[in-house]
Design a protein around this ligand. Structure first.
Ligand SMILES: Nc1nc2c(ncn2[C@@H]2O[C@H](COP(=O)(O)OP(=O)(O)OP(=O)(O)O)[C@@H](O)[C@H]2O)c(=O)[nH]1
Ligand SMILES: [Ca+2]
Length: 500
């Protein structure tokens, strides 16, 4: 046996084969290295990207989305890969220093350049949408809001991305795109499943959107958004309440209590022992409360907490007007709202506040929720600070108010009952993507949601088919490169505009 092997190893034929194989291996290796070095090109990117900046009233956030390149314009799932929170306040706070608004975006733009492969920069669409903070600034001082937009546009034009415009979203768009996002991420649109409603609570405005079988827009046309997605038609009820985001709602409540210009205010929505000096001109510096500013008042007042949930509810309830309704049914302030239908996803401040308060379980009995809030609000401020040393003081001070406001808005405002309250799910993200209007906005502007189901007979153009008003862009037309005033040139149009 060993003799045989020795003979084989020593044979000239065996040696030739070994040399031949080794030679081939060396040539192949050299060829591979040469090709690699000569080409020195990155591998083709498998993904495409899109960026949306959410210029909210309280802060700006940037979201980066990606989708498989070969499924562009199709049903390829778009997901959020990254996000960035801009330091400092929302862009509407830069009215007296517009350049600062543009500069504030710098860090997040840098992060976006690093997150998106450079070979894709030039083709990556970048949008900025502003919401209630800029709506308010536009009402208060249109030239200041224009100056802020100019600064923001200059900053975004200088980025390597394909900047497609900065504009104020209408309240209807904000509500409808939030609804699109939630239902897209939940896979409810392609399947033609029952959809879920969307509840968004911002700093300056709040939106409620849901599909209602009982609503065809006859009663209150501007609350109707109609569109066709993946072969299904939807009648969406949506309303945005300006000044009912949680920061403006707090202003409204404080304004009602300081109408006579007192030097001191005992407020049940703040913890016992909480004390803070508030400036009258700062409190009333918003179109939401400006008209109720006291004629004569001192410079400041002292705000003292008493931590009483039940009195807080009474105080909060006063910012809602339930006295008039010219429709068959209303939520509040004379706004039409059809009967609530189906499940709801509640995000943004609904999540921040209820998550902090450990109240995201909406199946808990209403009395338990109230008891927890009662106990929470009554906790002395010193204890709160001791228990939550790393929580931002402004947030910590306001959770009692915010929790009470959310409960009041949902039950008394929107008419959720002990039964329907259970239908609300408090969400921050769905499958890794933040719930909010930004994804729906991008899907629409990049034609990424087809009107017809992919396997249906050809229907051109493949675009989220919504009804356009007189100012609506042509389907597939270029996106606006300049900021626009509310209600103009929005792709989704309320039915009222459509008929005008
Ligand atoms: N507790 C807590 N509150 C937050 C956090 N982020 C934002 N908020 C507050 O929650 C409220 C809503 O925040 P956003 O949803 O970002 O509001 P926005 O988009 O700036 O405002 P709108 O333009 O009205 O939509 C504001 O009062 C914020 O100050 C957070 O991480 N924790
Ligand atoms: Ca918002």
């Amino acid at each position: 046996m060993s003799e045989q092997r020795e003979m084989k190893e020593a044979s000239p034929g065996y040696r030739t084969v070994t040399i031949f194989v080794a030679g081939i291996a060396v040539i192949a290796l050299v060829a591979l290295v040469t090709v690699g070095v000569l080409q020195n090109k990155p591998l083709p990117q498998k993904y495409k990207y899109g960026i949306v900046m959410d210029a909210g009233s309280s802060h700006t956030a940037l979201y980066i989305y990606q989708w498989p390149a070969e499924k562009d314009n199709n049903t390829g799932r778009v997901t959020q890969t990254d996000s960035c929170r801009v330091d400092g306040p929302g862009i509407s706070s830069y009215a007296s220093n517009p350049r600062g608004a543009g500069e504030s975006l710098g860090d997040c733009m840098l992060k976006a350049r690093q997150a998106v492969p450079s070979s894709r920069h030039g083709e990556t669409p970048l949008y900025l949408g502003a919401t209630a903070g800029m709506r308010l600034l536009n009402i208060e001082n249109a030239s200041a809001s224009d100056a802020v937009f100019q600064a923001v546009e200059a900053a975004l034009h200088s980025s390597p991305f394909s900047f497609r415009g900065a504009r104020i979203l209408s309240g209807q768009e904000e509500g409808a795109f939030g609804w699109v996002t939630v239902n897209y991420l939940d896979d409810r649109l392609t399947q033609g499943q029952e959809t879920t409603g969307a509840l968004d609570l911002g700093g300056a405005s709040t939106q409620i959107s849901f599909v209602s079988a009982r609503f065809d827009g006859t009663e209150s046309p501007h609350n109707l958004m109609t569109f066709r997605l993946y072969g299904n038609d939807y009648n969406l009820y949506t309303h945005s309440y300006l000044c009912y985001g949680k920061d403006q709602a707090l202003r409204k409540m404080l304004a009602l209590q300081t109408a006579s210009g007192p030097t001191s205010l005992s407020d049940p929505c703040f913890h016992p022992g909480y004390i803070r000096t508030r400036d009258y001109s700062e409190l009333y510096a918003s179109p939401c409360v400006a008209r109720s500013k006291p004629q004569a008042s001192p410079r400041n007042f002292t705000l003292k907490g008493t931590g009483d949930f039940d009195s807080c509810r009474t105080a909060v309830k006063k910012i809602f007007d339930f006295s008039k309704c010219n429709f068959s049914r209303c939520s509040f302030n004379g706004v039409f709202q059809p009967e609530l239908q189906g499940s709801f996803g509640a995000f943004s401040a609904y999540y921040f506040v209820l998550d902090f308060l450990n109240l995201t379980d909406t199946s808990a009995p209403m009395e338990t929720i109230k008891d927890k809030l009662r106990e929470y609000c009554a906790t002395p401020w010193a204890d709160m600070q001791r228990q939550h040393p790393s929580t931002k003081v402004k947030y910590l001070a306001e959770y009692c108010f915010s929790g009470t406001y959310i409960l009041t808005l949902l039950t008394e405002g929107y008419n959720f009952t002990a039964d329907t309250f259970k239908e609300i799910t408090i969400i921050r993200k769905i499958k890794g993507s933040d719930a909010g209007w930004t994804l729906g906005y991008m899907l629409n502007l990049t034609n990424m949601i087809p009107a017809e189901a992919p396997d249906a007979p050809p229907a051109a153009p493949r675009r989220l088919r919504v009804h356009h008003g007189a100012h609506g862009p042509a389907a597939g037309g270029p996106s606006p490169l300049h900021h626009l005033h509310p209600q103009q040139d929005s792709v989704l149009q309320p039915a009222q505009d459509r008929m005008s």
